[in-house]
Design a protein around this ligand. Structure first.
Ligand SMILES: Nc1ncnc2c1ncn2[C@@H]1O[C@H](COP(=O)(O)OP(=O)(O)OP(=O)(O)O)[C@@H](O)[C@H]1O
Ligand SMILES: [Mg+2]
Length: 271
């Protein structure tokens, strides 16, 4: 048995015979507490990969290969079993906070609704929600809990989504472009919080972005995707220092390296 939490082998996704293969026989694993980045240009297959892992692809998707969670095959699970696993053991944060949040419901209630407590008294739920909102760096958890999504800033909404995804203490958090819609300084602060929170809760992370700089701030390892294939992978510092594939070099020159941690910048300058 492998020690990986998540093990993907030969995953392939297409949306019908006439269309290009969206994900072409990719394999990777994520171990406990590990942070794996997936980067690539728009349309390279990053989101389809994440959606395939979570069983959220639409019906017109043809999926083959295997996706295992702690050794258990996920592609064969029913929708009900899969939805139990999401939320409880695998949390997710997506790019569009306004579509992921219900505009008609106060933020605290939305976090509480994703909470799966054994002893679910209202008081203990409220306590857990406020604690989680504080942990993702929202300065006034009570006020935030009693706000509607439109009353929060973009960065605050993204933090609220992180709270929803992490409130059940998942073993793996899947983030798909979680900060892309934010301006650079807000983005950097949200990423710093994500880094801290992942450390604090010990969760593993599969982090998707088109931006190598963003991924570098959070991840230990990086995989580079192009036209549905993984063209390069390695330790973050290694990939930054000596990218092998020309495509990776291109992504590197387009990256926001102002977001890279100072320690990693030095390694880069040494190169
Ligand atoms: N529901 C769908 N039906 C048909 N084709 C799809 C569907 N979803 C994705 N695709 C196709 O699969 C390919 C990969 O898309 P995907 O969304 O994974 O890209 P991405 O790497 O996440 O890009 P971005 O950085 O823009 O989010 C694209 O060619 C896309 O058009
Ligand atoms: Mg995407």
């Amino acid at each position: 048995m492998s020690e990986e939490l998540l093990q993907v082998d030969g995953l392939r996704v297409d949306f019908g015979r006439r269309r290009r293969v969206a994900v072409d026989s990719i394999s990777f694993g994520v171990g406990p507490g590990e942070r794996l980045g997936l980067i690539g240009e728009s349309g390279s297959g990053k989101s389809v990969t994440a959606l395939a892992v979570m069983g959220l692809l639409p019906d017109n998707a043809h999926v083959s290969g295997s996706v295992a969670w702690r050794g258990q095959d996920l592609l064969g699970l029913s929708d009900k079993e899969m939805s139990r696993l999401r939320g409880a053991q695998i949390g997710m944060v997506f790019q569009e906070p306004m579509t992921a949040l219900d505009p008609t419901m106060k933020v605290g209630r939305q976090v509480a609704e994703s909470l799966r407590l054994h002893d679910s008294s209202a008081a203990s739920a409220r306590h857990a929600v406020l604690e989680m909102l504080g942990q993702v760096g929202l300065p006034e958890p009570r006020r935030v809990a009693d706000s509607y999504p439109h009353q929060l800033s973009g960065g605050q909404r993204q933090r609220a989504l992180m709270a929803m995804a992490l409130v059940n203490n998942p073993d793996l958090l899947i983030c798909d472009e979680p900060t892309t819609a934010l301006d650079v300084t807000v983005q950097a602060r949200v990423l710093a919080t994500l880094d801290e929170v992942l450390d604090a809760v010990g969760a593993a992370c599969l982090f998707i972005s088109h931006d190598l700089g963003v991924v570098s701030q959070v991840c230990d390892r990086i995989m580079v995707m192009r036209h549905g294939e993984l063209v390069e992978r390695g330790a973050t510092a290694e990939v930054l220092r000596a990218p092998r594939h020309p495509y990776t070099r291109r992504l590197l020159s387009a990256a926001r390296l102002d977001l890279v941690e100072p320690g990693r910048m030095i390694e880069l300058e040494d190169a």
